[in-house]
Ligand binder design. Sequence first.
Ligand SMILES: Nc1ncnc2c1ncn2[C@@H]1O[C@H](COP(=O)(O)OP(=O)(O)OP(=O)(O)O)[C@@H](O)[C@H]1O
Length: 705
Amino acid sequence: MMEALNGHLLLLDLHRVPSAFTYLRGASSRHLLLSQHPGARRCSASASRRGVPPPSSAASPPSLLRRPAERSSLGRGVGFFGDGDRALSAGTTSTSRAWPAAADGELELFLELLPPRMRAELRRHGEVRELVEVVMDLGRKPIARFPSGDWVISDQAIGVEDLRHAISKVGDFSEDNRSGINNSLHRISAIRNRKLQVIGLTCRVGRAVSGSTEMIRDLVAGGGSILIIGPPGVGKTTLIREIARMLADEHMKRVVIVDTSNEIGGDGDVPHPGIGRARRMQVPNVNLQHNIMIEAVENHMPEVIIIDEIGTDLEAMAASTIAQRGVRLVGTAHGVTIESIMKNPSLQILVGGIESVTLGDDEARRRKVQKTVLERKGPPTFTCAVEMISKTECRVHHKLEETVDAILAGKSPLFEVRKMDARPADSGSLIQIPERHILDNSLINFSENKDSETETTVGDLEDTTMQIKKGNAIKTELTSSKRSPIRVYVYKVLEADLLQVAKVMGLENEIDVTDDIGNANAILALNSEMKQNPWIRSVAKFHKLPVFVIKSNTMAQMVKAARMILGMDAFGPVRMETENSQAKDIEIEDDAPERRPSLEELDALEEVRMAIEYIVIPGGEPVELLPRCSEIIARQLELVESYQLAAEKSGTELNSRLQILPLKLNKKSSPVKQGQSNSNTQMDISSFLGGNAGDTVDRLPLLPE
Ligand SMILES: Nc1ncnc2c1ncn2[C@@H]1O[C@H](COP(=O)(O)OP(=O)(O)OP(=O)(O)O)[C@@H](O)[C@H]1O
């Protein structure tokens, strides 16, 4: 083994055949088997719990009478893949396999969960091999779900004993109330009462389906990152499992699966053969999925990371970090279309994030759009996306970024509809239909926060209203007031820009713009123009108006000016000043030194906020953050301390990170921001970034210079 190892990366997984990857620059990776360890088979037998036969057991239970045809109508084989295939040349195509005995073995494991009377009924059902789920709710009739519909298994209601029997056959339930059966892909999910006792079970039959990737074989081979979107039960996990196997076995990639509920690789420490040579990392606590994703990249040198059910902000952010590190990603997310991902504030980052942008008058005219539009913030985490409509039909978006841009611009994105023809005569044939997405007219609303909601018509978007919570809202402590708005005469400052700023700040009822200087309460002017045209000062003097002078047309200056005009900052309310009849120039100072946070810094701070507000405070658990450079860690630490929490730095110099501890900080002078003295208060990153809006300029709509 030592000789064979020279120049290779050694992979040693419990009860799996040891293997090695070359990692020579420029050479395509090659997988070598180092020994034919007989343990794989042995361990399946020894690892099986409660006397259940291992999946490789050749004995198929006599009770499953009907066998499907050698090849399913969809050109798929269902069930178990042996580890025995040791010819490791790249590019071997997966062949649909005959219905393997192990598939029956695994179905039998599933049926063992059920009380004998239900088992017997189910075995008599003609479609038992297509069984999807069994639902057992206390005091109700048990139901079997088949692709053809639901079926009442027995008229006898489920009793406590029935649930106990089922629970005794499965492993421990994890925090997400899911469990599995050793050596199988089945997923058992519990419903509990208020005393946390299990009163219902949803038992899903998991199966490895070879050929389920036929519809997207080219994407898998293509090398891009793939996002699979679909509603629950459409077959995302089954598909992603087969993608993992294909990439590992046929494309010879180093694949690591981050298996949050052990659904992809099955329950037990030895992964199910359905994932082929892909490696699997288990996740001890669902809240830690994002950490394991990063750990996978750092410790196991993967070429591809597979993640099922990206659902939280932290997971989406970890996925984006992984993509930035050049590792290919294949992930799934619940949803129906890409729009549903765009509408989900937690998952938006997967498609690049969305921000509102204010265009200059000329640009708005040129584009024939209104001034405030929504745009993609950055590159999407994934190259392409697959919307699963059913197990045999999907929509492929080859260029996710183009799709997102088209949707945001109210245009029809281009995608391809692919269908597996289920007719036996054409078994497995794929139909590709390029199509354009037809969108209906509707509105997009984007809201800053509850108090200051703005609504912008973007144009032809799908038949729905889209709520986009912008990442970096400016919060103001101004309470809404019934008084009439302050009228501002703008001089060489774009009127629409001031109104946009007021809108974003939730002050649209407080500030208005007027063309009539005689009717104005204040003047807002650009410094350079004031110097060239001193007459404006004379007019101001004549009308006894204060002149607010900004140095540049930036968002930061505009926000400051708006706050000063309204008396929210140093200068008193304009109305009072005008009553004092004193004309004066009020210079709007720059924030010195102006520091524009990078996107990475904003992400890093957002990560801190979410970790604290979602895990550390409610759960009392420590959270290890993603590795960052020392400057950003210092900013993260400040933010942690402003919540009056303690944190610890760990890792090497190249790889240092912060761990937030659920411990109160003992520092007397912790920099708690105004209005955030209570750790339960939601932190606004924009206010943390100096408490002034100037620092938020990167995230807020940029005004034309
Ligand atoms: N191509 C297929 N052929 C036959 N059965 C399939 C296929 N794909 C999935 N199934 C079956 O459909 C059921 C649901 O599949 P799966 O768990 O993969 O869905 P999912 O989209 O991941 O669901 P969820 O989002 O709830 O986790 C399972 O019983 C699975 O075995």
